[in-house]
Write a new protein. Structure first.
Lengths: 327, 322
């Protein structure tokens, strides 16, 4: 297990290094941030002074090297635009995004898996067909459009929910969260559901496919032949077997929900990292873009590691570290 | 034979209602099993023998449905039970063992979980005493170091060991009847012999009756008291195992017995029954075996009824072998 963790850590550091190099070169190729930062009326001397102040006058390799030196000590550079450390800028926005993503995933899991089970166990019933038809809608309707329709219905026509922004927050372990206040929940409901809809449909389909396959297995028939209740057969024998692909997808989707909540954050003016990233790209604020992507990559690495550990808990045939049990 | 059998299947019909038509998987099957008796249910693949077993436990999935007949177990007609009533019988008074031990145990649950849940489904006991019973059941089926084995997962067992675990699960609640659906077919011959021997011993010891479903007549010969031969969903012949094997009356039973390779026919080509099992979907009236039968004539266009040519022997044929 320890050797496995160390090997994973090594792989992860390599991925981070590669990622930072790619982003560094990519942003360098797009354009010169100095053009956007200094007054258009400024003369050449002023431009050079600004470039020198940001370290942009040096060759690319030299810039990258000093970035790596800073990164090794946890300093990912200062934002060109805000002149504050890029990492703390991202971390200040991250709780809002994380909260939105987690609530969205909880909605997707809490609704998606039960609906998928129903659709999988009763594939030909009216309710099973209705669930599948609904999931096709959830799959194919574009997120931004659903977001706008939600705002039209619940904010404009019914006036039940606020259309944008984050509600009142309270501090929990030093992190501001909004899902514990009524105002926060009201603000959270629409964007979270909007973000959840696609994942929910995905989970419905995945759970249904797994359940349909699992109920045909002999071990399910054997479990029934033992006289177990239907709820135990479904809840333990079927569910535990189909949970493996579901956990994988939940892990991957959680990462992508955090990383790419951009559309939903834009529609509902949610003050998260997605909006920050878009602004930074528009202004070629390289330290923030690089730092953001490194944070996201780290997040994916952590989530994948957690998924691997969950695998070994769910499926006894998977043992981390490659050592398998004797037959 | 006592007056009240443990299990009496009477005129059982179980049909599948598919889009392509009605499949009569079990079509008028009757037999009885007394306490402690071993009944062999023999037939080719698709003869309805497994489906008869599933019907007894109420494990037939839609579109299959029992359309007629009674399954009287210890005085109760099982076909009239509600789901909760079935559940109380399953795994408790009637247990079942399946063909492929690699598939019957749940791969992601530990052995102790899978045995204990069978105990707890029927007995109101603590987890500890359920675990003790599970341990005891493993010892009974001949599994060494049961404590260690209880904490293992199915993939850590060989096929024969898995089947022993499945048998332990079937035995754990001390059932009156076990339905064994070809439990040795997927195993090596040596393991097959062991399992057969153990099953026979355990059933004799505990007085458990056994319905042994198989296509293998040689298994039945050494194991069963009575045998029922099934063909295309129907019971074609039944009787004491020695009588039926020595003097089969139905042409199909005779064909089956002749198909078994034996030592004194060394070098001669094996006998085979010509033709194939008919599709149950397109089965018309009349004897389903007539297309493959040497003795068939015009009379076979109408279904023969069950007759009792000798005491204890039943037959569904117009042309019994002399």
């Amino acid at each position: 297990m320890l050797a496995y963790a160390i090997r994973r850590l090594g792989q992860s550091l390599f991925v981070l290094l590669l990622m930072s190099a790619l982003v560094f070169i990519g942003v360098y190729a797009i354009g010169d941030p100095v053009e956007l930062l200094v007054n258009p009326m400024a003369d050449e001397a002023e431009r050079l002074r600004a470039a020198a102040a940001l370290g942009l006058d040096r060759p690319l390799l030299e810039q990258y090297w000093s970035f790596l030196q800073g990164a090794a000590s946890g300093d990912l550079g200062k934002s060109f635009v805000f002149n504050v450390p890029a990492l703390s800028l991202i971390l200040s926005k991250l709780p809002a995004t994380m909260e939105l993503a987690f609530v969205a995933m909880v909605i997707a899991i809490a609704i998606g898996i039960p609906l998928g089970l129903v659709a999988g166990l009763k594939p030909d019933s009216f309710i099973g067909r209705t669930i599948m038809a609904g999931s096709i809608l959830g799959f194919s309707l574009p997120t931004f459009w659903v977001g706008l329709v939600l705002v039209m219905i619940f904010s404009v026509h019914l006036g039940w929910l606020p259309s944008n922004g984050r509600g009142a927050t309270v501090l929990v372990a030093g992190i501001p969260v909004s899902f514990l206040t009524a105002d926060g929940l009201a603000h959270l409901a629409m964007p979270a559901f909007n973000l959840a809809l696609f994942k929910l449909s995905l989970l419905v389909r995945l759970t249904r496919a797994g359940a349909r396959e699992a109920v045909l297995q002999d071990y399910v028939k054997f479990a029934r032949a033992k006289g177990l209740t239907q709820s135990r057969v479904i809840g333990v024998h079927v569910l535990k077997n189909i949970l493996i692909p579901i956990v994988t997808v939940i892990g991957l989707e959680l990462g992508s929900v955090i990383a790419f909540a951009i559309v939903t954050e834009s529609i509902f003016a949610w003050p998260g990292t997605g909006k920050l990233l878009i602004d930074s790209i528009n202004q070629l604020d390289r330290p923030v873009i690089v730092a953001y992507l490194l944070v996201i990559v780290t997040l994916f690495i952590v989530i994948n590691f957690v998924v691997d550990v969950l695998y070994s808990l769910l499926d006894p045939r998977v043992r981390l570290g490659g050592a398998s049990a004797a037959h | 034979m006592s007056a009240a059998p443990l299990l009496e299947v009477d005129g059982l019909r179980m049909h599948f209602f598919t889009k392509a038509g009605v499949v009569k998987a079990v079509d008028d099957v009757s037999f009885r099993v007394d306490r402690g008796q071993i009944l062999g249910l023999v037939g080719e693949s698709g003869s309805g023998k497994s489906m008869t077993g599933y019907s007894i436990l109420g494990l037939v999935d839609p579109p299959g449905r029992i359309v007629e007949g009674r399954i009287v177990f210890d005085g109760t007609d099982l076909t009239r039970l509600d789901p909760a009533g079935w559940r109380a019988i399953r795994g408790n008074r009637i247990a079942m063992i399946f063909q492929d031990p690699m598939m019957t145990l749940n791969p992601v649950l530990r052995i102790d979980t899978q045995i204990v849940e069978a105990v707890l489904a029927h007995a109101d006991v603590s987890r500890e005493s359920a675990l003790a019973r599970a341990r005891e059941a493993l010892v009974r089926v001949g599994i060494a170091s049961p404590d260690e084995r209880l904490r293992a997962y199915p993939h850590q067992f060989s096929g024969g060991m898995r089947q022993r675990v499945a048998i332990a699960i079937a035995l754990v609640n001390g059932p009156d009847l076990i339905i064994a659906d070809e439990p040795t077919t997927a195993l090596d011959v040596t393991i097959q012999g062991q399992i057969l021997f153990e099953m026979q011993k355990l059933c004799r010891e505990s007085g458990t009756a056994l319905v042994w479903i198989t296509h293998d007549l040689s298994v039945i010969a050494g194991l069963a008291d009575e045998v029922c031969v099934m063909y295309a969903g129907r019971l074609v012949e039944s009787g004491p195992v020695a009588d039926v094997l020595e003097r089969p009356l139905h042409p199909y039973s005779r064909g089956l017995i002749d198909s078994v390779p034996s030592r004194n026919e060394r070098g001669r080509p094996l006998h085979q029954i010509p033709g194939m099992t008919p599709s149950l979907l397109s089965l018309g009236p009349g004897c389903p075996f007539r297309e493959r039968c040497d003795s068939a004539n015009g009379a076979c266009r109408e279904s023969p009824a069950i007759t009792e040519p000798q005491p204890g022997r039943r037959l569904r044929c117009y042309h019994p072998a002399a």
